[in-house]
Ligand binder design. Structure first.
Ligand code: KIV
Ligand code: ZN
Length: 391
């Protein structure tokens, strides 16, 4: 596989993620998360928006100091004060990136910026030129790119590349795109920019399509994906890092792309983030949710116990989840119950298992799940004897 298939993972958990409700972190918390992101192997770590607050400035600076080898990015609007502050926060960094942005869609120009297309284009170019006086690595983002007139988007992008941007990010700021449309837009820009700049995508999840749109973009030639742990971010969040990375890993047959992510760190990173903010992923969240490797239905449990790959497309250990779980509930079967009893120290005869199973299902029908202690009570009543190995 050649380098052309290497996709850069730009993590924005500490910036876009952190700026969403319930996710703000102190400087020390950001440092803890940054250490985990470095261990995870993200290519670019967006550490904050230094103009937003002293805390954000300090966080970027401390992360730049403590992880001198990391490529750290700081966000700045396309204006002098933001860019200078971003540059100052990145001073200790050996591989600093200034990420400057301005909206390009007519709706943002008319109602938010109250500027003409020419003004926005001039400001974007001036911002990139100024950023380049401080750092070699400048990323330009055309906010609301997916709702921007594509001809104008191309014009602004090419002008910022001319001014020195080596990455052009085309955000789906409001999560409006659908995959086929996104692929067409990104494919056009990839062709137009050629080798002069990396095309990056930054998809929000308002329609639940952030990962699908990001993948479509990669297939169309984008080589940087902006994403967050647990998919946190503005409103419905950003593209989930763990999902896009594992999609490319598991479906390498159709998605022959590489990342530098140490996938065994995905679950630990998700757990740490949950500890630092006010909420965790929903239980059925792909890859890192509590149920992502849990099986309750009898048919599934039976298949899983015979051969794991009947119902699992990933080994849980490959994403850092210690093991799969068999959850005993009213849909469970004899196979899983037999195994649980054996794990608890009871080897049951066929007749005992039948009776334990009958009583277990009767109990499970009345509850959301059955605990080990409850299973033990049934087993002891039925078997009426001591366990074969320990208790
Ligand atoms: O969603 C967005 O457009 C952004 C930009 C600042 C990159 O977060
Ligand atoms: Zn965003």
């Amino acid at each position: 596989m050649n380098n052309h298939n290497r996709v850069l993972i730009f993590d924005t958990t500490l910036r876009d993620g952190e700026q969403s409700p319930g996710c703000s972190m102190t400087v020390d918390e950001k440092l803890r998360m940054a250490a985990k992101l470095v261990e995870l192997g993200v290519d670019i770590l967006e550490a904050g928006f230094p103009i937003a607050s002293d805390g954000d400035f300090q966080a970027v600076r401390r992360i730049a100091e403590e992880f001198p080898e990391a490529r750290v990015a700081a966000l700045a609007r396309a204006c002098t004060v933001d860019i200078e502050r971003a540059a100052r926060s990145l001073e200790p960094c050996r591989r600093p990136r200034i990420h400057t942005f301005i909206a390009t869609s007519d709706i943002h120009l008319k109602y938010k910026l109250r500027k003409s297309r020419q003004q926005v284009l001039d400001e974007a170019v001036a911002a990139v030129e100024l950023a380049r006086r401080y750092v070699d690595d400048v990323e330009f983002s055309a906010e609301d790119a997916t709702r921007t007139d594509p001809d104008y988007l191309e014009q602004v992008s090419l002008a910022t590349i001319e001014a020195g941007a080596s990455t052009v990010n085309l955000p789906d700021t409001v999560g409006y795109s659908i995959p086929s449309e996104h692929a067409a837009l990104i494919g056009r820009m990839v062709k137009s920019f050629g080798d002069r700049a990396i095309v990056s995508v930054h998809c929000h999840d308002d329609l639940g399509l952030a990962v699908a749109n990001s993948l479509a973009a990669v297939q169309a030639g984008a080589r940087q994906v902006e994403c967050t742990i647990n998919g946190i971010g503005e409103r419905a969040g950003n593209c989930s890092l763990e999902e896009i990375v594992m999609a490319m890993r598991v479906r390498r047959d159709l998605l022959p792309f590489e990342t530098g992510i140490v996938t065994e760190q995905l679950y630990p990173a998700s757990k740490l983030l949950t500890e630092l903010i006010t909420f965790g992923p929903q239980p059925n969240k792909a890859i890192v949710g509590e149920n992502a490797f849990a099986h309750e239905a009898g048919i599934h449990q039976d298949g899983f116990l015979k051969e794991r790959t009947t119902y699992e497309i990933m080994d849980p250990r490959s994403v850092g989840v210690p093991e799969s779980r068999l959850v005993l509930g009213k849909h469970s079967g004899r196979h899983a119950l037999h195994k649980r009893c054996a794990d608890l120290g009871y080897e049951l005869t066929r007749e005992e298992l039948e009776e334990v199973y009958r009583r277990f299902i009767a109990l499970a029908d009345r509850k959301k799940g059955v605990r080990n202690e409850e299973i033990l009570v049934i087993v002891r009543e039925v078997a009426g004897r001591l366990p074969v190995a320990g208790d």
